[in-house]
Design a protein around this ligand. Structure first.
Ligand code: MCA
Ligand code: AMP
Length: 507
């Protein structure tokens, strides 16, 4: 099936001959989607896209709520040989405008409620087709799919051809489109399926967003490649997820999922009796959370480490010892080393910059060869910007980051993006955004601002000025007006000092 299309073939193979098996159960309505339903819908979507003129290599951008038809749109894009470009549903028009202009997609699919706002944005970016898809899976795209001739033979694509763009912010401000190939996605999901022992008997509780690697290329691709099933939650509701433990086998989440579940009195060993695997990633899980989880459930959370550009790099073992506070060992096929800024490996046992190499590595940043070259060494090592340490057993711990990044509830927030908006406000001299410990999200955004003398600017006016331009999760939770930013002798802003000054004890 789809033997000419590398990723589609890999995703479909496990369910061939089992078309009536369940792929998804909707957590709220109980509606069941079989594998036949899913792929039929994907073929219809692919037919609609081809009818709109989508050709191999074209981008299909989506900013849509999570739904089965949304997943079918992803798969339909792959079948059509095009490139799937999902956008965070929280991005306001100002942010969407950047992505559409940069990626120049042939088609943009958005929520009907945003059509009036986003149509002019898309037109300005030169997008020729704007369609809709709502949370119930209805809209112009579904209508077009119903009227289209389904694409039964997937468009031929090799392992090296592009399958997806995921935008990831840069430390210098502008977001970069990470180009992921069919081979990247297929090889990584296959490795994870085998490493975590996913089979067609698995039922994964799926509560992650599907516009990032974690929710889409890990959770969905692994399930498809195993021929398993998901319970589809549109958002994270701790009580509803806990209730599903009785009919599921596995959960993938960010640390916030686990801290919120720990607040549920019903979280007991008995409640987890049917679950075989809890996976965490995207952000560091505190040792305290690991230990509390072990104590309450009898399970050890399996922590793993990845990046948009690399998919998953390391994982604690399924069968062997899972070491809380580490992200485990390099996955099969992935090489990992610690090195200094020049690429010289660091002495054994000492911290160093994490670099990775393998079939999981992306092809580069879209139309930014200089940024690709800055992060990718000539001999293929990718510089992650994370600082790690490796213990005597080979387990990797992430001990810091050389990149200026805040991770809040599993979402990456680049301080530079916030600082640039604040610095643009009349009366602001300069600003520094930094992360503070947060009991729910791990980190939250705080900002220190220096004002011109007598400027009529307040934390409230700053919030109001940046609000329309930034997704809600990036909004500063605290804004401090100060006389001068602390700097070292080289003139570099000392964010550690700001973090120490403004940290509030976490409950
Ligand atoms: C929601 N809010 C947030 C966040 N999420 N603020 C900061 N950080 C966040 N992550 C805002 C909401 O807009 C709201 O603001 C207020 O916080 C409370 O919202 P609440 O309803 O409690 O939040 P939620 O809807 O329950 O979402 C929390 C969440 C969500 C479930 C943790 O953020 C989430 O799904 N995170 C997962 C992100 C993820 O998939 N990351 C993977 C990417 P107000 O009420 O004031 O308007 S990284 C990746 O893919 C790499 C490769 C990897 O390794 O996995
Ligand atoms: P993203 O750019 O959204 O793909 O986020 C990737 C970054 O998330 C990595 O470079 C790490 O800094 C961080 N990350 C992912 N998984 C973990 C983890 N298990 N522990 C600590 N940090 C993590």
């Amino acid at each position: 099936m789809y033997s000419e299309n590398h990723l589609a073939h890999a995703l479909r193979a496990a369910s061939v001959g089992r078309e009536e098996a369940t792929f998804a159960t909707d957590a709220t309505s109980g509606a069941v989607t079989t594998y036949d339903d899913l792929w039929s819908q994907a073929e219809a979507m692919a037919g609609a896209l081809v009818a709109l003129g989508v050709a191999p290599g074209d981008r299909v951008a989506v900013q849509i709520e999570k739904s089965i038809n949304g997943l079918a749109c992803y798969l339909g894009t792959v079948l059509a040989g095009a490139i799937h470009l999902p956008l965070n549903t929280g991005y306001p028009a100002a942010e969407v405008s950047y992505f559409l202009t940069d990626a120049a997609p042939r088609v943009f699919v958005c929520d009907p409620a945003k059509l009036d706002t986003l149509t002019p944005v898309a037109e300005q970016a030169g997008v020729t087709h704007v369609l809709t898809l709502d949370a119930a899976g209805q809209g112009a795209l579904t209508d077009a799919a119903q009227g289209a001739t389904p694409l039964r033979d997937a468009v031929a694509r090799d392992a090296d051809d592009l399958a997806a763009f995921l935008y990831t912010s840069g430390t210098t401000g502008r977001s970069k489109g990470a180009m992921l190939t069919h081979g990247n996605l297929a090889s990584n999901a296959e490795t994870l399926r085998d490493h975590w022992q996913f089979t067609d008997g698995d039922v994964l509780i799926h509560a992650l967003p599907v516009f990032h690697t974690h929710g889409l290329f890990v959770a969905i691709n692994v399930t498809l490649m195993a021929g398993g099933a998901i319970i589809l939650h549109r958002n994270f509701d701790a009580a509803a997820i806990l209730a599903d433990f009785a009919r599921a086998t596995s959960l993938m989440g960010v640390p916030t999922f686990y801290t919120r579940l720990l607040d549920q009195p019903g979280l007991t060993q008995a409640a987890c009796a049917d679950m075989r695997l809890f996976v965490s990633g995207s952000a560091p899980m505190l040792l305290d959370t690991h230990l509390k989880w072990q104590d309450r459930t009898g399970h050890t959370v399996l922590e793993r480490y990845g990046m948009t550009e690399t998919c998953m790099n390391t994982s604690n073992p399924y069968d062997g010892t899972r070491k809380p506070g580490t992200v485990g060992l390099p996955l099969p096929g992935v090489e990992l080393r610690l090195a200094d800024a020049d690429g010289n490996p660091t002495p054994k046992g000492e911290p160093g910059g994490i670099e990775v190499r393998g079939p999981n590595l992306f092809k580069g940043y879209w139309q930014m060869p200089e940024k690709t070259a800055a992060d990718m060494r000539a001999d293929g090592w990718f510089i992650t910007g994370d600082i790690g340490q490796i213990d005597d057993d080979g387990y990797v711990s992430i001990v810091g980051r050389s990149k200026d990044l805040i991770i809040s509830g599993g979402y990456n927030i680049y301080p530079k993006e916030i600082e640039a908006l604040i610095d643009d406000i009349d009366g602001v001299v300069e600003s520094a955004a930094f992360g503070l410990p947060d009991a729910d999200f791990g980190e939250s955004v705080a900002v220190a601002v220096v004002l011109e003398r007598g400027a009529a600017v307040t934390p409230e006016t700053i919030s109001a000025a940046i609000a329309p331009q930034l997704a809600r999760y990036k909004h500063p939770r605290a804004i401090h007006v100060i006389d001068a930013l602390p700097r070292n002798t080289m003139g570099k802003v000392q964010k550690n000092q700001l973090r120490d000054t403004y940290a509030v004890p976490v409950a």
